[in-house]
Design a protein around this ligand. Structure first.
Ligand SMILES: Nc1ncnc2c1ncn2[C@@H]1O[C@H](COP(=O)(O)OP(=O)(O)OP(=O)(O)O)[C@@H](O)[C@H]1O
Length: 242
């Protein structure tokens, strides 16, 4: 097992928004973390990336505790792409690629669309091009574990397919991927497994195919959800068996 998470809780200003999460990710797996707005998906990634200190729980990576800030984790092969894209908007596309730990050519091989944009400031790229830049730069470094937040936000379905296919291909060569998404169906089609977060707790878990097939339950988990901070022991529901 590459990553194992037990009893993870984290939040802001002393109030937990994710509670007692258990997750595991094996090498080469794509695991989707789904759920409605405010369920705690980004908070989970922040805690795993070392941006937010957990209030309790253990995170083990290759059998040893995963601790410290993001830059320390990245030395151990963990890469994180935030919802904002993790790019430097005032630098050119090329400068952004050079800042990555991988080779520029490898990023361009993944996304040749970036080639004519190398001299352009990253902040001027379209939303889809910015996601290609962030993903290309990350994947060129061949991370062991990639944590990625909302790849599809505001993008046309064709671009999303392109990005998800690149993630799936990276997983097939060994990179484990934990991907946060609000829109379930497209990401589940490339995921080995998925979890649905509701009010900071795991409400549903299954293989990608199982979750896709149970669209009614999935919808219910979304519709009955409110913000994580409003959850109580009574309303939060019990995690399902994994
Ligand atoms: N910096 C912060 N300070 C205080 N509360 C926060 C902070 N960031 C997020 N929250 C709250 O924590 C809860 C979970 O937020 P989080 O961003 O993890 O949800 P999410 O599932 O990723 O939602 P979305 O799909 O909208 O991005 C929300 O109620 C949010 O308002």
């Amino acid at each position: 097992m590459l990553l194992s998470v037990e009893g993870l809780s984290a939040g802001y200003s002393g109030a937990d928004v994710i509670r007692s999460l258990d997750l595991r990710i094996d090498e080469g797996e794509v695991v989707a973390l789904l759920g409605p707005n405010g369920a705690g998906k980004t908070t989970t990634l922040l805690a795993l990336a070392g941006v937010l200190a957990p209030t309790s729980g253990t995170v083990r990576y290759r059998g040893a505790p995963l601790r410290g800030a993001l830059h320390r984790r990245s030395r151990r092969g963990v890469s994180y792409i935030s919802e904002q894209g993790s790019i430097f908007s005032r630098l050119t596309t090329l400068a952004n690629l050079k800042l990555g730990a991988g080779r520029v050519e490898d990023a361009l091989a993944l996304f040749p669309e970036l080639e004519p944009l190398l001299k352009r400031r990253a902040g001027l790229l379209s939303g889809g091009e910015q996601r290609m830049l962030a993903l290309g730069r990350s994947l060129a470094a061949k991370p062991d574990l990639l944590l990625v937040d909302e790849l599809s936000l505001g993008l046309a379905p064709l671009i999303v397919t392109r990005l998800l296919d690149a993630l799936r291909a990276a997983a097939d060569t060994g990179t484990a991927v934990l991907i946060v998404e609000q829109h379930a169906s497209q990401v589940l089609s490339v995921s080995d497994r998925g979890h649905v977060l509701r009010r900071g707790r795991l409400a549903m878990s299954g293989t990608g195919a199982e979750l896709l097939a149970s669209s009614g339950e999935l919808q219910a988990a979304y519709l009955s959800a409110g913000p994580a901070e409003e959850a109580t022991e009574e309303t939060a529901g019990r995690p399902t068996e994994k």
